[in-house]
Write a protein that binds this ligand. Structure first.
Ligand SMILES: [Zn+2]
Length: 389
């Protein structure tokens, strides 16, 4: 069985190890668990004919081949935007966001075990992860109860419900949603994507793909939007694995990008005081973790790899969202935060256009309720190029 394969998660703080795939935090100290990647990356073990993230199946020893639950996730396009800037189109994953990388590993690893115990899984999410877990549960014929904040936008709720999974709306903060999802109930297995190490672990594949698609020459900088931290920690873990295995020469500079409103990581790294707003009004409505449970882990990892942090304000986010769409890349405002941060660093001359950069465009624009503001309002220059006039 999948869980009897090489499966070693351990506490990220104390040395307690866990052999139970359904554990989502340390039984000793309640800290997050980590999957320990204690084997080398080996290019000859890539299944080069598989054009999904399962081309890297050999680096996920806890998933049994016959248990893989897939919707064709991963191996998303890496598109050259300008000479040295590439977009990784995570928005083209099956449910429209990068979260499918985590759902496929998590659900593949434990669906048989949960079904055998006649149970169901519980997940808490601000939208994208809920939709993703719902889709992969549907594919696995597993029941999933999705707990969401009451203000989740229309398209995401519709998407979750369309997969046939029950949705529980919870009032209050993001942490209160998590608490409610974790409340024990008969048959419930809480596998929240923020806590469960095997969700985060699937995101390692994003780093593998970026490296492979660039012919194993890593970019100098990688920009990621950051809220709960699963994307950040997964990508760092993947690049570290490649570096420790001697596949890449150096780690890229990973840039964690946050909104001005929700920026606990930025503030901690910069040693600034952070006071979250009483109500989050940011257009980047998927970035809502003002007090993420993985914060200490994120700080440790960013510092260890000498990563960078950046924030974008509402104007910068809206401009980035609009600029991307006007170039044909329709993404969620939350995804535009990474591009906004990149543009800000260019403008402030922190970086130059010669720096080879990858920005993850994490979620599809069809998921947003944000209407395009009138162009005049934004002062955009819409004059036609001379050839058209
Ligand atoms: Zn512990």
């Amino acid at each position: 069985m999948g869980f009897a394969l090489s499966y070693k998660t351990g506490c990220s703080t104390c040395n307690q190890s866990s052999g139970n795939m359904l554990d989502f935090k340390c039984t000793q100290c309640s800290s997050p668990l980590d999957f320990k990647v204690d084997f080398s990356f080996d290019q000859s073990k890539i299944r080069s004919q598989d054009y999904s993230l399962w081309r890297y199946a050999n680096f996920f020893p806890y998933v049994n081949e016959n248990d893989i639950v897939t919707l064709g996730e991963g191996w998303t396009p890496l598109v050259k935007f300008t000479d040295n800037l590439f977009f990784k189109l995570e928005s083209l994953n099956p449910t429209g966001s990068f979260k499918d990388r985590g759902s496929t590993t998590l659900i593949s690893a434990l669906h048989e075990q949960v079904k055998k115990q006649r149970g169901y899984i519980a997940e808490d999410s601000s939208g994208n992860a809920g939709a993703s877990i719902a889709a992969y549960s549907a594919r696995a014929e597993l029941k999933a109860k999705i707990y969401v904040p009451e203000n989740v936008s229309g398209p995401k709720i519709n998407q979750i419900k369309s997969y046939g999974m029950p949705v529980v709306k919870v009032a209050g903060s993001r942490s209160q949603v998590a608490q409610k999802a974790q409340q024990p109930e008969k048959g419930k297995f809480y596998v929240g994507h923020i806590y469960h190490p095997l969700f985060r672990d699937g995101i390692r594949t994003l780093a593998y793909e970026i490296a492979e698609q660039l012919n194993w020459k890593t970019p100098e900088r990688v920009y990621l939007p950051v809220s709960a931290g699963t994307l950040l920690l997964g990508v760092i873990s993947g690049f570290k694995h490649l570096a420790n295995s001697g596949i890449i020469k150096a780690m890229p500079k990973i840039v964690a990008c946050q909104t001005k409103q929700v920026s606990p990581l930025y503030h901690r790294i910069k040693r600034l005081n952070y006071r979250p707003p009483t109500k989050i009004t940011s257009k980047a409505d998927a970035l809502v973790s003002t007090n993420p449970p993985l914060l200490d882990l994120m700080i440790r990892e960013i510092q260890e790899i000498h990563g960078d942090v950046e924030i974008a304000d509402e104007n910068e986010i809206l401009n980035a969202f609009t600029e991307l769409a006007h170039k044909g890349f329709f993404v969620e405002p939350s995804s535009a935060v990474a591009y906004a941060a990149h543009q800000k660093q260019l403008k402030n001359k922190k970086i130059s256009k010669t720096v080879k950069t990858v920005i993850a465009l994490t979620g599809h624009g069809l998921k947003t309720t944000l209407a395009p503001a009138s162009n005049r309002e934004r002062g955009l220059d819409l004059r036609l190029p001379r050839a058209f006039s």
